[in-house]
Write a new protein. Structure first.
Length: 315
């Protein structure tokens, strides 16, 4: 009897020593992972990152939340080094990653996706899952009253205004201001130049900050870096300047996964592809608006959407 008690005691100690990886959304135990999920430090990044986290947890993955890495370069280095396993990236950034900014392939949604999918797999063993059919391309937005007063509706109009010494002070992220596929590409194509005094560089890539600054005229700002899927544009009475020359690549968001993780869990495609392909431009604008304008928690916005579409029963 004493030996039996000793054996039972050892078993209990061993069981207590094993950390339990519970899955609150299913009430069971996480049997796969851990998978390290990250995102960029902006509104849409937090939204899409939470979508990934909730879907993985619902499918019995143990998840480590590392959302909110500022800047594409930093988060790109994190996945290449193995510090994170999965995050939402944009197809058009492949032009920058692989030094193909002069190629027109990135201006075609399907061709750009196939190209970055091929290059990242061959070069870095990174797997691109299916993207959302929503172009979150970089843009410049200005207050509607300025657009109406000066007749500025396109980037060509904006260039004319800048070149005749019209007042401009643009707020954007360091990436937008310096990346060859962003503001410099606009300047080259349309023939204008903004000097240092005309630029306000903000940390991270949160367009909610840049757009609010332009709408309110903070520190004289009257132009902002914007994204095509931003939800706050109309509410802030900002006008997105059209790009008639098609300067920008197509930026469709898609989960990207380290190949070693995907090889172990190929079911990731079946879990996340249906979610991302359900996002169109209006859907992402509306979801982003709930976070940026209404102040809702990204996890709540993501969870409500997933339940409403039948991807989750609860969260």
């Amino acid at each position: 009897m004493k030996k039996l008690l000793i054996v039972l005691s050892i078993i209990i100690v061993l069981l207590l020593a094993v950390p339990a990886c519970t899955n609150q959304s299913t009430g069971g135990y996480a049997t796969k992972g851990p998978v390290i999920v990250s995102s960029k430090a902006d509104t849409e990044g937090s939204l899409l990152g939470q979508m990934i986290i909730l879907m993985l947890k619902a499918n019995e993955f143990q998840v480590m939340d590392k959302l909110g890495i500022a800047g594409t370069s930093l988060i790109r280095n994190a996945i290449l080094s193995g510090d994170i396993d999965i995050y939402p990236e944009y197809t058009g950034n492949g032009a920058y990653f692989f030094n193909e900014t002069s190629s027109d392939v990135w201006k075609d949604a399907q061709k750009g996706y196939e190209r970055v999918k091929q290059l990242d797999k061959e070069t870095n063993n990174i797997v691109w899952l299916k993207p959302a059919p929503a172009n979150n391309t970089w843009a410049i937005a200005i207050p509607k009253n300025l657009a109406d007063k000066e007749g500025i509706h396109t980037l060509a109009d904006f260039a004319t205004y800048v070149n005749k010494s019209g007042y401009v002070k643009l707020a954007g992220s360091e990436e937008f201001i310096t990346s060859p596929v962003a503001l410099p590409a606009f300047q080259t194509a349309y023939g204008f130049n903004l000097n240092k005094e005309q630029l306000v560089t903000l940390a991270g890539g949160n367009t909610a900050q840049t757009e609010k600054a332009a709408a309110e005229g903070t520190d004289g700002v009257n132009a902002a870096m914007a994204y095509g899927t931003d939800g706050s544009l109309s509410a802030l009475s900002l006008v997105v300047l059209s790009d008639p020359k098609g300067v920008q690549p197509v930026y469709e968001p898609a989960p990207i996964v380290r190949g070693v993780v995907y090889d172990k869990y190929p079911e990731l495609a079946g879990i996340l592809d249906p979610v991302f392909t359900s996002f169109d431009l209006n859907t992402l604008q509306n979801l982003n608006a709930r976070i940026a304008l209404e102040g809702q928690n990204p996890a709540t916005v993501a969870g409500d959407y997933l339940v409403s579409k039948g991807f989750l029963k609860t969260y």
